[in-house]
Design a protein around this ligand. Structure first.
Ligand code: GLU
Length: 555
């Protein structure tokens, strides 16, 4: 009978290198004590998920914080699910969030000594590892057809036991090497399976940086490690790669905890020391019935990072928000230290909550407002241009009419201790600032008209607007301008405030607020706008006069 070694040679006659050769080719990294090597290992199967950005952000943080290395590995062994171009897109999007790897797969190039970093380019490396397992009788070729596998599954379902290829159901585990040889020589197609030594009735102890120590049932499935297309499966590739790329901590989503027993066993069988693991909580959402569920690619627009980019949320806001999910003490830290340099925040796995955080768009909006309020008008212009160039032609056209004018619009109540928080994203901004542009203002008035409070008749409105126009002086200080408006209001039976009006309903017809609203609607076509005084300053006296005169003549 042929030996395991001979069988291995029959399957991989061209593979002459050994695991030892790989050990030499990929030596231990020369890094200071405590330096962590982390990796983000996306599959190019679609868009960048918000949860993946979260993972990548933490990988980057942990590596930076410990003086280590963060690299990207493209896990593209599942060729059927691959979506062309998505690997490149992931990289571009990560960069927009300042999550930039030190080495690895970088879309059009690779950087680093531990590559190739694309799994499909590593077939030879996996073959060396698989040949090693075959030689030691820890893997075997499996010739089962899809029909046979379905048959096994059906039987297991009937028996109400765990499905899969394991124990006595793993028929080809019990073939002799001679039988294997004969089938191979006869050209019977096969995959290679791992020969598990585990028993699911026994437990292993595992340690996780976030979840601590816990017990989990051993693996006993003879999983496929090598497919008929010549590539390994994820589980196997991950063990080989994380070992030879010298990853120290595998940081990934909690959904992988269930696979941990397989991974632990694979590392052991290969004679590798397993890395540390940190399984991150999954980002959740409340469904219609108030049940928590995982943020879903299919159902939730906020599951895709592209949603935030396309809607023009500042990328920093999403990062700040994700940091609040990452560490419970971050929020307090950011309130104290500001948004400009959050890289100074000390992240730790211990401060990570075990519960899946609920995605909270209101909180993200809050941070986006805070962050945009810290920007200078120049930064606002740059951000708006870079957003609009990609996603919003209307906004880009507005900006291009006169970038300085746009800056002045953005600057309303900005350069002060407590800047106003008018904006949280650039998407839809063209609709909020369009009235600043005379021709657009005119067409808004022509199509929608102006809707004043019905309490006041047209004649009164005209009188008030006339007085306001004739006294308009935008060079005056805000308080003096307001005093002028108030005087006009009081002269025309408007009360100084709501309380006085309530007490003397027969003396007054409204309040100063009503007068201010008339002016606001007249100049902006809407009830809400940035501070009216500054709006007038940006519009300029002449334009304000023009708008008011038009209304007085046409109302
Ligand atoms: N390629 C896997 C995924 O797409 C990566 C899992 C891991 O980080 O180990 O989620």
């Amino acid at each position: 009978m042929i030996t395991d070694k001979e069988l291995a040679n029959l399957i991989f006659p061209d593979v002459t290198e050994t695991l030892d050769d790989l050990e030499k080719r990929y030596p231990k990294r020369d890094l200071p004590d405590g330096a962590e090597v982390t990796r983000f290992a996306p599959s190019p199967t679609g868009f960048l998920h918000t949860g993946s950005l979260f993972t990548a952000m933490i990988c980057r943080k942990v590596a930076t914080q410990t003086g280590g290395i963060f690299y990207i590995r493209l896990e593209d062994t599942d060729t059927k699910r691959e979506i062309q171009g998505s690997g490149e897109q992931l990289l571009t999007q990560l960069k927009l969030f300042d999550v930039v790897p030190d080495e690895g797969y970088l879309a059009n190039e690779e950087k680093g000594d531990y590559g190739p970093y694309k799994q499909s380019d590593r077939a030879n490396i996996y073959k060396i590892a698989i040949k090693n397992l075959l030689e030691r009788g820890l893997a075997y070729p499996c010739f089962a057809t899809q029909e046979e596998l379905n048959e096994i599954r059906k039987r297991q379902e009937e028996m109400k036991i765990i499905p899969g290829y394991y124990g006595k159901f793993a028929r080809d585990r019990f073939l002799t090497n001679d039988e294997r040889k004969e089938k191979i020589l006869n050209g019977v197609p096969f995959v290679i399976r791992f020969k598990s030594q585990g028993n699911h009735l026994r437990k292993i102890k595992v340690r996780d940086e976030i979840h601590g120590e816990f017990e989990i049932a051993q693996n006993d499935q003879d999983i496929v490690i090598f497919k008929s297309d010549g590539l390994p499966t994820y589980h196997f590739a991950h063990a080989v790669d994380d070992h030879f790329m010298r990853t120290t901590t595998v940081i990934r989503g909690e959904e992988w905890i269930a696979s941990l027993p397989i991974h632990v066993e694979l590392f052991e069988a290969l004679g590798f020391r397993a890395p540390k693991y940190a399984h991150l909580p999954v980002i959740m959402k409340l469904d219609e019935n108030n049940h928590k569920r995982k943020l879903s690619k299919r159902l939730d627009s906020e599951a895709a990072v592209s949603f935030f980019l396309e809607d023009g949320y500042p990328s920093e806001a999403l990062i700040v928000y994700l940091n609040t999910i990452a560490n419970s003490n971050f929020e307090e830290w950011v309130f104290e230290n500001g948004y400009r340099d959050i890289s100074k925040f000390e992240f730790s796995f211990e401060k990570m909550s075990l519960e899946g955080a609920l995605f909270d768009i209101d909180k993200l909006t809050f941070f986006a407002k805070e962050i945009l309020a810290t920007k200078t008008k120049e930064e606002m212009l740059d951000m708006a241009i870079s957003y609009a160039t990609k996603y919003d032609e209307t906004l880009l056209n507005l900006i291009n009419r006169d970038p300085n004018y746009f800056k002045e619009i953005m600057n309303i109540e900005r350069e002060k201790e407590n800047p106003r928080k008018d904006y949280y994203k650039f998407g839809g901004m063209s609709d909020t600032i369009d009235f600043f542009y005379g021709d657009i203002y005119d067409s808004l008035v022509a199509t929608n008209g102006l809707t004043y409070n019905e309490k006041f008749d047209k004649q009164l409105i005209k009188t008030i607007l006339g007085l306001l126009r004739d006294n308009l002086d935008t060079s005056k200080e805000e308080s003096l301008w307001f005093a002028d408006m108030k005087a006009i209001a009081l002269d025309n039976k408007f009360a100084p405030n709501g309380k006085t009006l309530k007490q003397n309903p027969d003396t007054y017809i409204g309040t100063v607020g009503d007068v201010a609203e008339m002016l606001r609607i007249s100049l902006t076509t809407r009830r809400n706008s940035p501070n009216l005084y500054y709006v007038m300053k940006v519009l300029g006296k002449e334009e304000c006069n023009r708008r008011l005169t038009n209304i007085i003549e046409n109302l």
